[in-house]
Design a protein around this ligand. Structure first.
Ligand code: ATP
Ligand code: MG
Length: 474
C-alpha cells in the first residue's frame, strides 16, 4: 500500500501531465484583458494569421492571473526564429546559446521564442550537472516541461482567451504553491539558480514552497557557487527588487543560500542596528518598486553593507585616521570581503564608493564645497542615503532633509540655500568643526536617537562627530 503511494508520488513527479493539458476558461483564470500588452497580442495575432501557434507565456501569465501588472511580456510559438522575423517590420534575431526574436514596438520589446525541448541527458553540462547548452526546438508540451515551476508554465492565447496548463499551474497559483516541474533535485542540479527563483516567487506571491520542492535546497545550496557571477548578480538584484526584498532575504538566510550571494549579511545583522538598517533600506526599495520606480543596484548594495563600513570607519577614526581616509579604507575592506563571493560589477562598486564617501563630506562641510558636491553625479543618491541613515537615527533628520531639499532644488533656490548657510556660518564666526567642539550641551545616552548615533567609545564620538553639530541650518 505504502509502496504504491510512493510509486504514485514518484510517478507523478516524473510523468508530467497525466491526461494532456487542461484548457482553462477566462471565467476560471480571471485574467483582466486590459492588463495585457497590446503589442504582445499583436505578435500572437500576426503569428496566428501566418498559420502558427502563439501564446503569451511565463511570468506575464502568472502575474496576470494573480492580478499583478506584468513588467514584460514573452511570447512562445512553434515558428522558428527565421520564420518569425520576416513577419514584423522591426524584429531581430538575438542570442547565441538559444536564438529568439525581439519584436520591437517603440519602447516595448516582445521576446518571442520557439518552443524548446526538455533536457534529455545529451546536453552539455559542467562537472556538477549544470546545463551549459540546450538549444533543441520542441513541442509545446516539451516546452512546458522544461520550465521551472508549474505556475511559470502557463500559455495564454490572447485571441480565444484560454490558458493552456500542462502541470496544474493555475491550481498551484491560486493556492499559492511554488512547485517544481519534475524531480526538484535534478532540476536544481541542471540550474542552481532555480533555488533562488523558488524563493523569489514564494516571497513575491506570498506563496509557500511545496515541501518536495523546498527540501533539497538547503542540501544543495553550495551548487550556487558554480554559477557564473554575472548571472548570480542579476538574480540577486531580482530578489532584492521584486517588491518583497526582506522576505526574500530571510528565505535565503534560512536556506543558507545567502552565503554564496551576500555572506556579509550575517555580520551586518550582528552589528548594532544592522538588521534594522537593512529593513529600512529594503522597505524603501519595496515602496519604490511597487510604485513603479527604478531602483539603483549601487544604492541597494551600499545600504546592505553600510553598517560594516560604518563601524570600521568609526574604529579607524577613533585610532586617529582622518575621516575621509578612514572611510576609503573601511569601504575598500568591506567591498573586498564581499566580492570574494559575489563579484559586484565595477561600475556599481564605483557608485557605492561615491555614495559612501559623500557621507563624510556631509558631515564636515566647507560651504564653498557644497557647489562642488552638487556636481557629483551620485549626489542625489548620496543625499537619499543620508535620509536612510536619518531614518535609522544615525544622523539628524533635519540635516538630512536640508541636503535632500538642496538636491531637489533648482539652481536659484540652491544658491539661496547655500547663501543662507554661509551667512549663518559667518555669523556664528565658526567653522563647522569648531562649532562641534564648542557645543557639549545635552548628554547623549538616554534618548532613542542617541542610542544609534555612534554606539561606540568616547573617542569615537568625539572624532566622528554627528550630524547634530554640522547641520547646515544650525
Ligand atoms: P520575472 O520576469 O518576473 O522575473 P519570469 O518568470 O518571467 O519572472 P524570466 O526570467 O523572465 O522569469 O523567465 C521567463 C520564463 O522562462 C519563466 O516564467 C519560466 O517559465 C522560464 N524560465 C526562466 N528561467 C528558468 C530557469 N532557470 N529554468 C527553467 N525555466 C526558466
Ligand atoms: Mg519575465
Amino acid at each position: 500500500m505504502l509502496k504504491q503511494t510512493i510509486k504514485n508520488f514518484v510517478g507523478r513527479l516524473f510523468a508530467g501531465p497525466a491526461r494532456g493539458p487542461e484548457r482553462i476558461s477566462p471565467e476560471k483564470h480571471g485574467i483582466d484583458k486590459r492588463k495585457v500588452s497590446r503589442h504582445a497580442v499583436k505578435v500572437c495575432e500576426v503569428l496566428h494569421n501566418a498559420g502558427y501557434e502563439a501564446y503569451i507565456v511565463g511570468g506575464a501569465v502568472r502575474d496576470l492571473i494573480v492580478g499583478l501588472q506584468p513588467k514584460d511580456f514573452d511570447v512562445a510559438t512553434n515558428a522558428t526564429p527565421e520564420q518569425v522575423r520576416p513577419l514584423f517590420r522591426r524584429a531581430r534575431i538575438i542570442g547565441r546559446r538559444f536564438q529568439l526574436v525581439h519584436v520591437v514596438f517603440g519602447q516595448e520589446i516582445i521576446e518571442t521564442s520557439t518552443f524548446r525541448a526538455m533536457a534529455n541527458g545529451d546536453e552539455f553540462t559542467d562537472e556538477h550537472g549544470r546545463i551549459l547548452r540546450d538549444n533543441l526546438f520542441g513541442s509545446q508540451e516539451e516546452d512546458a516541461a522544461r520550465r521551472d515551476f508549474t505556475l511559470n508554465a502557463l500559455y495564454y492565447d490572447p485571441i480565444d482567451e484560454y490558458v493552456i496548463d500542462y502541470h496544474r499551474g493555475v491550481a498551484d497559483l491560486k493556492n499559492r504553491v511554488v512547485r517544481m516541474i519534475g524531480d526538484p533535485e535534478a532540476r536544481y542540479r541542471e540550474d542552481p539558480v532555480r533555488m533562488l527563483r523558488a524563493m523569489r516567487f514564494a516571497a513575491k506571491l506570498d506563496a509557500t514552497i511545496d515541501p518536495a520542492t523546498a527540501e533539497p535546497i538547503q542540501r544543495m545550496a553550495g551548487l550556487i557557487e558554480h554559477v557564473p557571477a554575472s548571472r548570480l548578480f542579476d538574480e540577486t538584484l531580482k530578489l532584492l527588487t521584486c517588491g518583497h526584498a526582506m522576505d526574500c532575504l530571510r528565505l535565503l538566510q534560512k536556506a543558507g543560500l545567502h552565503r554564496g550571494l551576500i555572506p556579509l549579511i550575517d555580520q551586518v545583522f550582528a552589528e548594532e542596528g544592522g538588521e534594522e538598517f537593512v529593513e529600512f533600506a529594503l522597505a524603501r526599495t519595496d515602496t519604490r518598486v511597487r510604485g513603479g520606480k527604478t531602483v539603483s543596484p549601487s544604492f541597494l548594495f551600499a545600504a546592505l553593507l553600510w553598517k560594516l563600513v560604518y563601524r570600521r570607519w568609526n574604529e579607524l577614526r577613533a585610532s586617529g585616521e582622518p575621516a575621509s581616509q578612514a572611510l576609503v579604507q573601511a569601504a575598500d575592506s568591506v567591498i573586498e570581503q564581499q566580492t570574494r563571493k559575489l563579484a559586484i560589477q565595477r561600475r556599481f562598486q564605483a557608485d557605492m564608493r561615491e555614495i559612501w564617501f559623500m557621507q563624510a563630506r556631509f558631515e564636515r562641510v566647507n560651504p564653498r564645497a557644497i557647489w562642488r558636491m552638487l556636481d557629483q553625479p551620485r549626489f542625489r543618491a548620496a543625499a537619499d542615503f543620508l535620509q536612510l541613515r536619518a531614518e535609522a537615527k544615525e544622523v539628524d533628520s533635519v540635516q538630512a532633509q536640508w541636503w535632500m531639499d538642496l538636491a531637489n532644488a533648482d539652481d536659484s533656490t540652491r544658491a539661496e540655500m547655500i547663501e543662507s548657510y554661509q551667512e549663518q556660518s559667518r555669523k556664528s564666526g565658526a567653522t563647522v568643526a569648531t562649532k562641534r567642539r564648542r557645543r557639549p550641551r545635552k548628554k547623549r545616552s538616554a534618548d532613542g536617537a542617541s542610542a544609534h548615533t555612534d554606539g561606540g567609545s568616547g573617542a569615537q564620538q568625539a572624532s566622528s562627530g554627528t550630524h547634530h553639530d554640522s547641520a547646515p541650518q544650525d
